[in-house]
Design a protein around this ligand. Structure first.
Ligand code: GTP
Ligand code: MG
Length: 303
C-alpha cells in the first residue's frame, strides 16, 4: 500500500459539495430513522445494454470484480460517501448501490460520479460476484455482460479485484475470476489490476501472501485495504473502534484515488475485443449485427 499520509481536504470545500449533493438527491424515506437520513447518491445507473461510451476530461474508468459477498457494492458506497464529503459523525449517508432493494448485485451497472471531492470524474462499474451455487449459467451471463461492455468501452484505468482480507487459500471461484479477468481484458491489463482488500483490520492481511502465490498479477503499489463495517452504522450502533475502521477506509480511498490520478489506461486490443465479441455472439439473437461488428474490427483501419 502506498504511504499513509492523510490528505483530508479542506472542510469548507467538503461542506459546499455535501450541500450541493444533498440538494440534488432524493431521500430514501423508508431507510431514514431519528438518527440518520439516507439519500440516493445523484449518479445515474447505466446498464451495459444501454451504455454508450462516456467522454469527460480526465475520466477514470474502473471496474470492480470479485466473489459474491466480498464487499464490492459496499465499497462503491464508501467511495461515494467520501466523494460527497461525509464524515462518520454526520447524521446522513448516501447510497449508490442499494442493498435493501437488491441484496446481491444481479447485473453489471455503471455509475458516472462527477462534481465531487474526487479531482476527476469516475465511471465505475459494479459487477455481480461469480457464483457456483447458482449454476454455471449465471456466471456465463456475467461474462457475456463484461464482453458486451468491452465491445463498447476500449480502455480502462483500473480493474479492482475485491477480496476479503482473511482469505488464506483461494477458492475455485476466486481462481476462476482471476482467469476470466485475465482472459477477458487481455495481457495488457496486468499493470492496471488493483487489489482492494475488505473486512481488513488495517494491518498486512493474510490474503496478500495467498495472492502472491497465485496466478494474480499482485503488485504491492496497487493494493489498498478497507473495512466498511461501520459505513451505515448510526451513532448508537457505533463503538469506540468504529472510528478506527472508518479512518482506515478513508485513508485507503484517498491513497487509491491519488494513485489512480497518475494511472494510465490500458487499451483493449483488437484481438481481445474480437474474442469477446465472438464470446457473447454465441448467445445473442441479433447475430448479423455482431458479425458486421467483427468485420468492422477486422478492417484495415482498425489494425
Ligand atoms: N464487516 C464488514 N462487512 C462488510 C465489509 N464490506 C461489506 N460488508 C458486508 O458484507 C455483505 C456483502 O457486501 P456486498 O457489498 O453486497 O458484497 P458484493 O461483493 O457486492 O456481493 P455481490 O453483489 O453478491 O457480488 C454486506 O452485508 C456488507 O454490509 C467490510 O469491509 N467489513
Ligand atoms: Mg454487489
Amino acid at each position: 500500500m502506498a504511504g499513509v499520509t492523510h490528505l483530508i481536504p479542506d472542510r469548507t470545500e467538503e461542506k459546499s459539495i455535501l450541500k450541493a449533493m444533498k440538494e440534488n438527491s432524493t431521500k430514501i424515506t423508508i431507510e431514514c430513522n431519528n438518527e440518520m437520513d439516507m439519500y440516493y447518491f445523484p449518479a445515474k445507473k447505466i446498464s451495459v445494454s444501454e451504455y454508450q461510451k462516456v467522454t469527460r476530461k480526465n475520466l477514470k474508468k474502473i471496474i470492480m470484480v470479485g466473489e459474491t459477498g466480498s464487499g464490492k457494492s459496499t465499497l462503491i458506497n464508501a467511495f461515494v460517501n467520501y466523494a460527497a464529503g461525509i464524515e462518520i459523525e454526520d447524521p446522513l449517508r448516501f447510497k449508490l448501490v442499494n442493498h435493501e432493494i437488491e441484496l446481491q448485485t444481479r447485473e453489471i451497472s455503471g455509475y458516472l460520479i462527477e462534481d465531487t471531492l474526487f479531482e476527476y470524474p469516475i465511471m465505475i462499474w459494479d459487477t455481480p460476484g461469480f457464483k457456483f451455487a447458482n449454476g454455471r449459467k449465471i456466471d456465463e451471463k456475467i461474462e457475456q455482460q463484461i464482453q458486451k461492455l468491452l465491445s463498447v468501452e476500449d480502455e480502462f484505468h483500473a480493474i479492482c479485484f475485491v477480496i476479503k482480507a482473511d482469505v488464506n487459500r483461494l477458492t475455485d471461484v476466486q481462481n476462476l475470476i482471476i482467469d476470466n479477468v485475465k482472459r477477458l481484458f487481455g495481457r495488457e491489463a496486468e499493470k492496471n489490476m488493483y487489489t482492494l482488500t475488505t473486512f481488513g483490520y488495517g494491518d498486512r492481511p493474510e490474503v496478500l501472501r495467498t495472492l502472491m502465490r497465485s496466478n494474480f498479477p499482485f503488485d504491492e503499489n496497487r493494493w489498498f485495504t478497507f473495512n466498511n463495517r461501520h459505513l451505515f452504522k448510526t451513532e448508537s450502533q457505533r463503538w469506540f473502534g468504529s472510528k478506527i475502521y472508518w479512518d482506515i477506509t478513508i485513508n485507503s480511498i484517498i491513497q487509491f484515488h491519488n494513485t489512480l490520478a497518475h494511472q494510465l489506461p490500458f487499451g483493449i486490443t483488437r484481438e481481445t475485443r474480437k474474442a469477446n465479441v465472438f464470446g457473447y455472439m454465441k448467445v445473442e439473437s441479433d447475430e448479423d449485427y455482431y458479425a458486421d461488428y467483427v468485420e468492422e474490427l477486422s478492417s484495415p483501419e482498425n489494425k
